[in-house]
Design a protein. Structure first.
Length: 275
């Protein structure tokens, strides 16, 4: 899918003309750090929707610590806005980060967003990804900037920002141009084969998992004995209950306590929230 990513510094004059040139997706900056909200986000949002373009949002990371605070600031800024795409963390510029700080920030940000039941991906440059993040973050959708050379991850595993100086009619000045793959798009309910599934690793957590599954009217899966792996892409909501290692799935939530009794209590608390 052809797309653009924009922020308040871009001068968009006519969304319909932008669309007529093949643009399908617009990823709009929402926030930066914990104190900058893109001034044109709320103004542009309805215009993008009216043009029937797919829309998504990204947060630009500042290396000032507090990844959870930045993540919450991001979620607050886009509350009430309907997204067609997963959310993105924009983390870049190796000169502004040391490796461990970048890894720690990315993992904490991703974890916080996922804990709020949102799907999240990473935008960054080729060198930042290969030098810092590759193998050190969960398996989330990637969006890689590379100007002049197609990154090896595109198109099988990553979307590609191929220009930072693109030109489109309907836009005054330059704009970032992208090729997006379909893993950035949120699935709609009718595209899933299964609404919910509950997984567990240990027999001691089976009862808690079954409590949740009974409430959701969905199957459970014992991940230690299942012969065929679950195709999680066909499940809308994935819940993991109890201890052990679970697959890194963006639209999953883990519920657990300090022991099997606490896990049952946590499940019951979450059932209350789901009503």
């Amino acid at each position: 899918m052809k797309g653009i990513d924009i922020y308040e510094g871009d001068n968009i004059q006519d969304w319909n003309i932008v669309k007529q040139q093949g643009t399908e997706v617009v990823i709009h900056k929402a926030t930066q750090g914990t104190n900058h909200l893109d001034s044109l986000l709320q103004y542009r949002y309805p215009k993008i929707k009216e043009a029937e373009l797919k829309i998504g949002f990204y947060h630009f990371a500042n290396n000032t610590g507090d990844p959870e605070a930045q993540a919450q600031y991001f979620l607050n800024a886009i509350e009430g806005l309907e997204s067609d795409a997963i959310l993105f963390l924009d983390i870049e510029a190796e000169e502004n980060w040391d490796k461990q700080a970048a890894i720690n920030f990315s993992n904490a940000f991703i974890s916080y967003i996922q804990s709020k039941n949102f799907q999240i991906g990473i935008y960054t440059g080729v060198s930042f990804y290969t030098d810092y993040l590759e193998g050190n973050i969960p398996d989330v959708p990637l969006w890689i900037a590379s100007y002049g050379n197609q990154p090896s991850l595109y198109p099988d595993k990553a979307s590609w920002q191929y220009s930072e100086s693109g030109e489109l009619s309907g836009i005054v000045g330059n704009v970032d141009l992208d090729y997006f793959i379909d893993n950035i798009l949120l699935k709609k309910g009718e595209e899933y084969e299964l609404k919910n599934i509950v997984g567990f690793n240990n027999q001691v957590d089976k009862r808690a998992a079954e409590y949740l599954a009974d409430f959701l009217n969905c199957p459970t899966v014992d991940l230690t004995t299942t012969v065929n792996p679950v195709d999680y892409s066909k499940v809308e909501n994935i819940y993991f209950v109890g201890g052990g290692d679970f697959p890194q799935i963006t639209n999953s939530k883990t519920i657990k306590g300090n022991d099997r009794y606490d896990t049952v209590i946590e499940v019951l608390k979450n059932i209350g929230k789901l009503k």
